[in-house]
Design a protein around this ligand. Sequence first.
Ligand SMILES: [Zn+2]
Length: 340
Amino acid sequence: MNHIESLEGLRAEALSAIAGAADLKQLEAARVKYLGRKSSLLQVLRELGQLEPDKRAVVGKLANDVKRDVSEALESREGGLAAAAREATLKSDAFDLTLPGETVRTGRVHPLNQTAEEIVQIFRSMGFEVADGPEIEDEYHNFEALNMPAFHPARDMQDTFFIGSNLLLRTHTSNVQIRAMKSRKPPLAVLAPGKVYRRDSDITHSPMFHQIEGFMVDERITFGHLKSVLSSFVRAIFGKTRKVRFRPSYFPFVEPGAEMDVECVMCDGQGCRVCKSSGWLEILGAGMIHPKVLEHVGYDSEKYTGFAFGMGIERIAMLRHRISDIRLFFENDVRFLEQF
Ligand SMILES: [Zn+2]
């Protein structure tokens, strides 16, 4: 058969098949039939070389035109069919744009870290810097250097997690005080937040909890500085009008020692179950650093004085957010955590 006629016929047949394809599957079948490796069009193109030169040019041009026309028709029909398929899916799925989307839960800072960060910021604004120390500590830095010799009751096995003969999980962040003072000379104003460990567990005690220890050492530091710094802290965290009081107390590493109470945040001093009707809540221990502690780190206790204080971060967070059970902080129940 005449090549020209057969190519023209092929083009008409292919274009009509493409126009008549009802879906993408039928269209693909048409592509294979008219442009595939076994199609008559490719057969013609392969055999061009056997034609006489003048005929070769005419047939070759026509064959390429047909190929281009069929390709373009395929492409355009494919676009139309794909859009129709999309439209059909949207209709059959009855997609409702007004339905609410899935809620994406965002994480947030743990209430204990929020509280710790807030406390740190308050003391930073008064010139304190933050220091860190090991949670696994030796007896010297946790007890001995803090004026708690071997017979001291706080060193009892009942209260401390020992790891081997000389190592333990620190029972307070005061070890940082010793390490910081040993490595540096006064003046010093340091804050040490961190985890501490004691063998204690009930609704107000956790075997692992967080403390913030702070201390200041220089020439002529007095109890007045201690009162001023800690009163400023309480006003910043519990409100400007919140009253405070200091009671004498005993800690082996300070002399004199004191406990600081804040006017009950639940009843504003009226007396309630939380403050046991006293109107006051104990929030921290403090005192003037014991001369023996200063001597342990090589400071001249005649020349330098200092104060130190320590508080439980859980205690402060529980009072601020009126939480009654310390264990809630460590259960990681998002229904609890997402309230902060
Ligand atoms: Zn109260």
